[in-house]
Design a protein around this ligand. Structure first.
Ligand code: HEC
Ligand code: HEC
Length: 452
C-alpha cells in the first residue's frame, strides 16, 4: 500500500527527532525522542496512526450526529489513543469548566441526578470519568434473565435493580479490523454476521445513546464513520529507552500492522513475533540495546511463561478443542490473546478472569448482587458483564479479550480502568494466575506491553 509505505518512511526517517536511528538500528538515540506532526507522546515513548498520521476530520466520525453536541471523537479522541485518558480529560475539564460535552450528565457523570451547579460539584460528579476514563453505561436486566439483581449499592445514587449502571472504559476505535467481539461484553457482536454489520449497529446505537440522537443518521453517514474506524491502525512506534521499534530486525511499530490478519497462533507457537530478533540480544553496556533485550524477554514471557489458568468461566468450564473440559489449564498469555501480533481472540470468546470480582480495590464502583433463580447462588460483582445482555447467570463477569496494539496510548486498563499502568496489569496477572515473575521479569513483560 503506497500510502502506508510513505507514512512509514516518514515516520522512520524524520518524525521522532532521533536522527541517528538507521534501519539496522546500529546507532542509538542521542536525545530523547519527541513526538512530531501526527505522532503523540505517551509515558513510554511515541505512538502513531496509519494509514494517515492525521485522520480526515471532515468524516462524520468528527461531526455531532445526535442532539447534544457530541461526536464519536468526543469520546474516541484521536490524540488520546482513540479513547480518553485522565490527563487529556483533566485538561478538557479545566479548559471548559466542566462543560465539554463528554461530561454531560447523560453518561459522563457517575449518575445523572448528581448536582452540577458549581465547578466543584461538576468535578465530583464526573470523578470516575476524570480519574479512570469510565463512562456510565445503563443496561436493562433482560426480561428472560435466569437471575435477579437483588441489590445494587451505588455510591452515586444510580441504584436501580432493573436498569443497571455499570462504568466502563471507552474502548479505542482503532485496530478494529482485528475484533471478533464488539464492546467489552460483546453485546454488539453479530456472531454470524460480518464485522462491518456489527460496527454499523454499534454506531447507530452510539448515535441514539451517547449522542442522544432522536432520528437515525443516514446509512451513508454511519457507513463513512465505520469506514474510518475500520481502516484505522495505531501502534507504539518509538520506545524512549529502546528507540525505534522496527530497528535491529524487529517489526514493531505501524509498518506491518494493517497486513496482519485474524490468524490465531497454532498450539505451541508464539502469539507475538514482533521482537523475535530482540529476544536473543544480551550482554551489552549500551542502554538502548539493553532496553531492546528487555522488550524481547518480555515478548518471550508473554508467549511461553506457563500460567495456571483455573476458575475462568468461559474457558475452564467449557469443552476445549480436544473435546475435554479442563478445570485447570496450563496456558500462556497467548491462550486468550491469540491473534498473532495483535492480541485479540480469533473468535467470539467472553471469559471471566475476575476483574469485576475484585471488590476491595474498587470501592468507588457499585456493588451489584446477582442471584441465580434456580439455585439461589449469589455473587457480588462491580459489573455483571455479559450476563446483562445474555440474561444468563453463567455469563456474570465475562468480558471480551481486548487487543493489545497501541496499548501505551490509552491508559488506564481493563474494563473498569483498575490498572493505571503496564506494571499494574502485570501485577494483576502475576497474582491471579500464579506466574511467579521475578521483579526483572515483571519489568520485562511491562516493557513489552508498552512497546506494542
Ligand atoms: C459518551 C462517550 C462515547 C461516545 C460519544 C461514543 N462512544 Fe463509542 N464507546 C464508548 C464506550 C464507553 C464504549 C465501551 C462500552 C462498553 O463496552 O460497554 C464504546 C465502544 C465503542 C466501540 C467498540 C470497540 C470495541 O473494541 O469493541 C466502537 C466501535 C465505538 N464505540 C464507536 C463509536 C462511534 C462510531 C461513535 C459515534 C457514532 C461513538 N462510539 C460514540 C463511549 C462513547
Ligand atoms: C483467560 C484468558 C486470558 C489470559 C490467559 C490472559 N488474558 Fe489478558 N485479558 C483477558 C480479558 C478477558 C481481558 C479483559 C478483562 C477485563 O477488562 O475485565 C484482558 C485484558 C488484558 C489487558 C488490558 C488491555 C486494555 O486495553 O485494557 C492486558 C494488557 C492484558 N490482558 C494482558 C495480558 C497478559 C500480559 C497476559 C499474560 C500474563 C494475559 N493478558 C493473559 C483475557 C486473558
Amino acid at each position: 500500500m503506497p500510502t502506508l509505505n510513505r507514512v512509514k518512511a516518514r515516520l522512520s526517517a524524520v518524525a521522532f527527532g532521533i536522527s541517528m536511528i538507521t534501519a539496522a538500528g546500529a546507532q542509538v538515540a542521542s536525545t530523547a525522542p519527541t513526538a512530531a506532526n501526527g505522532t503523540f507522546a505517551d509515558r513510554s515513548g511515541i505512538w502513531g496512526n496509519a494509514p494517515a498520521a492525521r485522520p480526515d476530520t471532515t468524516n462524520p466520525f468528527f461531526k455531532a450526529l445526535g442532539s447534544n453536541g457530541r461526536s464519536c471523537a468526543t469520546c474516541h479522541a484521536p490524540n488520546d489513543g482513540w479513547s480518553v485518558s485522565p490527563g487529556g480529560l483533566l485538561k478538557r475539564f479545566s479548559n471548559t469548566s466542566g462543560f465539554d460535552p463528554i461530561f454531560l450528565p447523560l453518561d459522563g457523570t457517575n449518575c445523572p441526578t448528581l448536582p452540577l451547579d458549581t465547578l466543584a460539584h461538576r468535578q465530583t460528579a464526573s470523578s470516575l470519568l476524570l480519574s479512570r476514563g469510565l463512562i456510565r453505561v445503563e443496561l436493562p436486566v433482560p426480561a428472560s434473565a435466569d437471575y435477579t439483581i437483588s441489590a445494587v449499592s451505588n455510591p452515586y445514587g444510580c441504584s436501580s435493580t432493573s436498569a443497571i449502571s455499570v462504568y466502563r472504559r471507552i474502548l479505542a476505535t482503532t485496530n478494529l479490523a482485528f475484533l471478533s467481539d464488539v464492546m467489552w461484553d460483546g453485546r454488539e457482536t453479530l456472531v454470524s454476521g460480518a464485522l462491518t454489520d456489527s460496527l454499523v449497529n454499534q454506531a447507530n446505537d452510539a448515535v441514539h445513546g451517547h449522542a442522544a440522537g432522536t432520528t437515525a443518521a443516514a446509512p451513508s453517514v454511519i457507513g463513512s464513520a465505520v469506514g474510518l474506524e475500520l481502516l484505522q491502525y495505531t501502534a507504539q512506534i518509538v520506545d524512549t529507552a529502546a528507540g525505534a521499534l522496527d530497528a535491529n530486525g524487529a517489526v514493531g511499530g505501524l509498518g506491518a500492522l494493517s497486513r496482519i490478519g485474524l490468524a490465531a497462533a497454532a498450539p505451541g507457537q508464539p502469539a507475538f513475533t514482533l521482537y523475535a530478533n530482540w529476544e536473543t540480544l544480551s550482554g551489552t553496556s549500551d542502554p538502548a540495546v539493553a532496553a531492546r533485550a528487555s522488550i524481547g524477554r518480555g515478548e518471550r514471557i508473554f508467549n511461553s511463561r506457563p500460567m495456571t489458568i483455573a476458575g475462568v468461566a468461559g474457558l475452564n468450564d467449557v469443552a476445549s478443542t480436544d473435546g475435554q473440559v479442563h478445570k485447570v489449564l496450563i496456558g500462556t498469555c497467548g491462550t486468550c490473546h491469540n491473534v498473532v501480533n495483535v492480541g485479540t481472540h480469533n473468535s467470539h470468546f467472553l471469559v471471566d478472569e475476575g476483574q469485576a470480582r475484585i471488590i476491595p480495590k474498587n470501592v468507588d464502583l457499585p456493588l451489584i448482587t446477582v442471584v441465580q433463580k434456580s439455585t439461589g447462588v449469589r455473587v457480588q460483582v462491580t459489573d455483571p458483564g455479559a450476563a446483562l445482555t445474555s440474561g444468563r447467570f453463567v455469563d456474570v463477569g465475562k468480558f471480551k479479550v481486548p487487543g493489545l496494539r497501541g496499548f501505551a496510548a490509552h491508559p488506564p486498563y481493563f474494563h473498569n480502568g483498575s490498572a493505571k499502568s503496564a506494571a499494574d496489569v502485570v501485577a494483576f496477572y502475576n497474582t491471579r494466575f500464579n506466574l511467579n515473575l521475578s521483579v526483572q521479569e515483571a519489568t520485562d513483560l511491562a516493557n513489552f506491553l508498552n512497546a506494542l
